[in-house]
Design a protein around this ligand. Sequence first.
Ligand SMILES: Nc1ncnc2c1ncn2[C@@H]1O[C@H](COP(=O)(O)OP(=O)(O)O)[C@@H](O)[C@H]1O
Ligand SMILES: [Mg+2]
Length: 314
Amino acid sequence: MNLIDIFHVMKAYGSFQAVNDVSFSVKKGEVFSLLGPNGAGKTTLIEILEGVRKKDSGDVKVLGCDPWQNTDSLHRRVGVIPQHFTFVDKSTPREAMKYYAKIFGARVDTDRILKEVLLEDSANVLFENLSGGQKQKMGLALSLVNSPDILFLDEPTTGLDPNARRAVWDVIRKFKTSGKTIILTTHYLEEAEHLSDRVAIMDHGRIIAIGTSDEIIASFGSGERLDVHGGEDLAKYLKEKTKLKITYDRTGFISISLDQKHDAYIALAAIEESGLPWSNFQIKKDSLEDVFVKLVGGFLEEHGEVKKVKEEDD
Ligand SMILES: Nc1ncnc2c1ncn2[C@@H]1O[C@H](COP(=O)(O)OP(=O)(O)O)[C@@H](O)[C@H]1O
Ligand SMILES: [Mg+2]
């Protein structure tokens, strides 16, 4: 059962196309991540799903309704942490939850939720005195007040230190176990890989890859290869002997593509036969990060900017 269906959604700011022909569905109980650099269009898209931004064209269904037309009823059934979530400085998590419960007309078991988001010990601490991680957990607590079917978490761990980030991951994993459907945006590859059932890689407003990490790696990665340190003479020998696809870079690194398991045996046998020096062989496979670099043309830095990899000279 799909809780979210979007077809060919477009959104421009003036002449700038922020979301460009995006389509996908999210099933009940899934954790779905929009992964992409700053400016990719993640927040714009998630806010269209939340009913707080209007799309230009396309179709959007969230819990069976159009978020822009049915905003009030939708807001009773979804939980949201906006990007850069913040709250009244002089309010405590417990007070904030009561306040939200009043707005939603919901009855809320604050102790249960505080426990669920691992914030029991700071229930009565002023917002301004909470750590970055605790503030995000308070956001998670607030998103649960109306017992939502779907949670929209826009960069829930940006700016947190690794420990705080992991603590937030623990909470998100608990949500998943309890059957919640979660749409998460992030520019942390590790986060997307670690938490999600499926990932959509977004860049310049478009979805450029979608699926489980394994599916994306299988579609866009280079498959298994055997890497070995050796000289150009060894690379040449292997090329002639094995007929396998072999690349050699001048730092002394030979990479042999393995289309089938048996190729590994052929490669190793030929290396041994050559009598040439070699060391350090490893079987490798592209990671989601390797695929990301290929698709987006650069690494994602800590703050979400893309650091371009050097253009190939060809
Ligand atoms: N209200 C707006 N008006 C004009 N441009 C905007 C507005 N909101 C976002 N943008 C631009 O649209 C692009 C996508 O932004 P956003 O959806 O926030 O991306 P992300 O969340 O992936 O960083 C960015 O270039 C941003 O500057
Ligand atoms: Mg954003």
